[in-house]
Design a protein around this ligand. Structure first.
Ligand code: SF4
Ligand code: SF4
Length: 378
């Protein structure tokens, strides 16, 4: 059985949060069950882009600070690292508050720049992941619970994709094409290359709607932890009210026979899940409605059941960030207008994720819009 602990934590106030994290980890054996004296422990927060903590795009700096403190008390040497999808590492660290958290914790910030090449076990022959990540004695994964346009939800497993150097992420989107299943498998194989020792999810203020970069903050007041990120994600999805069959990564993990992919494999401890009010996250507008529909229908109506990105010409600043990041180069800017070539687009939604002006929107066909209006669908 995989153990997952849940604790309520209404606030990011440092004193209250420290108490909550200690309570969270107690049933798992406390921080000393994961960290041995003298080990170099890398904290891996979500540092997607340069947004303030209250936007809920990045892991809250208080979570980073409290966990860094507990690792130090357990005798570990703390490092804090990531490779943002967009923006300079220091700018993201500054704006997200993680720079200050690192300074106050006395922990160096490590930008993932140099990579090591590792042999893949299934989907890929080799993959380059950050040396600082691979060579740390222990990884403590600190994801933010958010909706995700391509994968429905991003939490513990998806946060480990940050181990791939920023500029190389787009290449993986391209290799995995528009297949969520294949991309989920790549993410799981990355997790298996270097398993985190511990995952602590910041779900105090989570994100719903058009995550992971442009959604709406939603207060859940929860922390979730466990050694197995797949099991942690299964529980996070349940707490967010996202149907299990829409969690692409966990579905794929179940097919691969990975431990923790089934709710029946998980032992819950801490706050009883029944005592936690059930949330029902708004899902991203770009998410296809193929989930739950018969496969013959989704095949026949594929083109009418999917959404494509389209820039809001009023708010788009033509900065070119999405164009430069688009894996298949489906975006062009000409004559002061941005256009997306739908035939090339693999609907990875990197453009929406990375747009600093929230200008990339969703264009859905009539059938898709109609289906989304049906009762029970968001
Ligand atoms: S959609 Fe956003 S990222 Fe793309 S060019 Fe416009 S403002 Fe820049
Ligand atoms: S246009 Fe956007 S969604 Fe389509 S492939 Fe490019 S980055 Fe991905």
């Amino acid at each position: 059985m995989e153990t997952v602990s849940i604790t309520t934590s209404p606030t990011y106030d440092l004193t209250a949060l420290r108490r909550a994290v200690i309570t969270l980890l107690e049933p798992l054996g406390g921080m000393s069950a994961f960290v041995t004296s003298g080990e170099r422990v890398l904290l891996k927060p979500n540092m997607l882009s340069a947004k303030e903590p209250d936007k809920a795009v990045t892991t809250h700096p208080s979570v980073v600070r409290v966990v860094a403190g507990l690792v130090k008390e357990a005798g570990g040497i703390v490092l804090i690292g990531d490779s943002p999808g967009i923006g300079g590492f220091l700018r993201v660290a500054e704006k997200s508050g993680i720079f200050k958290a690192a300074r106050e914790s006395g922990a160096p910030l490590v930008e993932f720049k140099e990579a090591v090449e590792l042999q893949g076990s299934g989907t890929f022959r080799s993959i380059r992941i950050a040396r600082a990540y691979y060579e740390a004695d222990k990884i403590i994964n600190l994801p933010k619970l958010k909706t995700h346009e391509m994968m429905t939800m991003t939490c513990a497993v998806k946060n480990l994709f940050g181990a791939v150097i920023g500029t190389e992420k787009a290449g993986w989107h391209l290799k995995a094409g528009s297949s969520r299943e294949l991309f989920a498998r790549v993410l799981l194989e990355i997790y298996l290359l270097k398993k985190p020792a511990l995952n602590i999810v910041d779900a105090i203020t989570a994100m719903e709607g058009n995550g992971p970069g442009s959604g709406d903050p939603i207060h859940l007041g929860l922390l979730i932890a466990g050694a197995n990120p797949v099991a942690v994600d299964v529980i996070a999805g349940r707490l967010a009210g996202i149907p299990a069959d829409m969690l692409c990564i966990e579905r794929e993990a179940a097919k691969m026979g990975l431990p923790g992919a089934l709710a029946s494999d998980i032992r819950l401890c801490g706050s009883p899940i029944e005592s936690i009010p059930e949330a029902r996250f708004k899902l991203p507008t770009g998410l296809d409605v193929q989930f739950g529909l018969p496969s013959f229908l989704t095949k026949a109506l594929k083109n009418q059941l999917i959404s494509y990105p389209a820039a809001n010409q009023k708010t788009c600043k033509l900065c070119g960030i999405c164009r430069d990041a688009c894996p298949p180069k489906a975006i062009t800017i000409q004559n002061s207008a941005l256009s997306v070539d739908n035939a090339r687009c693999i609907r990875c939604w990197c453009c929406r994720e990375l747009c600093p002006y929230d200008a990339m929107q969703t264009k859905s066909g009539l059938l898709l819009r109609t289906l989304k209006l049906l009762p029970g669908r968001k």
